[in-house]
Write a protein that binds this ligand. Structure first.
Ligand code: IPE
Ligand code: IPE
Ligand code: MG
Length: 238
């Protein structure tokens, strides 16, 4: 769906919807339903992620964030963690052409120092090579919102700050410079945030769908976008 003409009948994205963040949940269940190992679900999920990122770029979204691996996901079996890291590394190896074609700028949010060195090095290189492209794509890896807030506090303390504004905190987060998410979409049928973007989500619209992440289609994203435009965001006003 890289043809702009196919979006003619769809609601035009405007300043109200600049950033969608996705909690990509349900890979394991998708695989289990098919009698396949969980890692096969992650492989299918990685494909879906690439499809959805292209769609969001085509749609003219300014920023997209995906939750790929949380600070809590280290609790999983080593084989599963290794498979997820392998998929991330494979994506970093192979995505440059598509990122250029769709003008996507990659930013990894999270503590990458805990990742294998080859992954860290590829993240840093790809971030540099895609800097300044149109759509920001935040990939949350070893990300936890509470850890991010602790990290931000340490940054501020390190600067000797004694008075803290909301702006100071926003600017000390991994997402500094990126508009807050207007909508958070969680697939997989659970109704929770799981330590994702707690600060940035203060006024995000929340959208939950039972669709398992590997099954998510462009039409499903479109449904979420329609739902977003049908809501009234009052920000505490009347
Ligand atoms: C989300 O899918 C991907 C990661 C958390 C890495 P899950 O692996 O959590 O899939 P379910 O929730 O077990 O189905
Ligand atoms: C959230 O999914 C994290 C990611 C999608 C990376 P989880 O599957 O880890 O969340 P819980 O355990 O259901 O809260
Ligand atoms: Mg899950």
């Amino acid at each position: 769906m890289s043809n702009q003409a196919s979006f003619e009948n769809m609601a035009k994205l405007d300043e109200r919807l600049r950033h969608i963040a996705f909690i990509m949940d349900g890979n394991g269940r998708w695989a289990k339903n098919r009698g396949m190992p969980r890692t096969a679900g992650h492989r299918a999920g990685a494909k879906t992620f690439q499809k959805i990122a292209k769609y969001c770029a085509d749609r003219g979204l300014r920023a997209m964030t995906v939750y790929a691996f949380s600070t809590e996901n280290w609790k999983r079996p080593k084989e599963e963690i290794d498979a997820i890291m392998d998929l991330l590394e494979q994506y970093l190896n192979e995505s440059e052409k598509a990122l250029k074609e769709y003008s996507i700028s990659v930013r990894v949010i999270g503590d990458i120092t805990a990742l294998r060195p080859s992954l860290q090095q590829k993240i840093n290189a790809l971030q540099k090579r895609t800097e300044g492209n149109d759509m920001i794509l935040n990939i949350a890896i070893n990300y936890g919102a509470r850890m991010e807030l602790c990290h931000a506090c340490e940054q501020l303390i390190g600067r000797g700050v004694t008075k803290v504004t909301e702006e100071d905190i926003s600017n000390a987060l991994y997402t500094a410079g990126c508009p807050d998410p207007d909508m958070i979409v969680r697939t997989g049928g659970d109704y929770r945030i799981s330590n994702f973007l707690l600060w940035q989500a203060a006024y995000a619209e929340l959208y939950f769908t039972d669709v398992l992440w590997p099954d998510l289609t462009e039409q499903d994203v479109e449904k979420a976008i329609q739902a977003f435009y049908s809501r009234s965001r009052r920000y505490g006003g009347v």
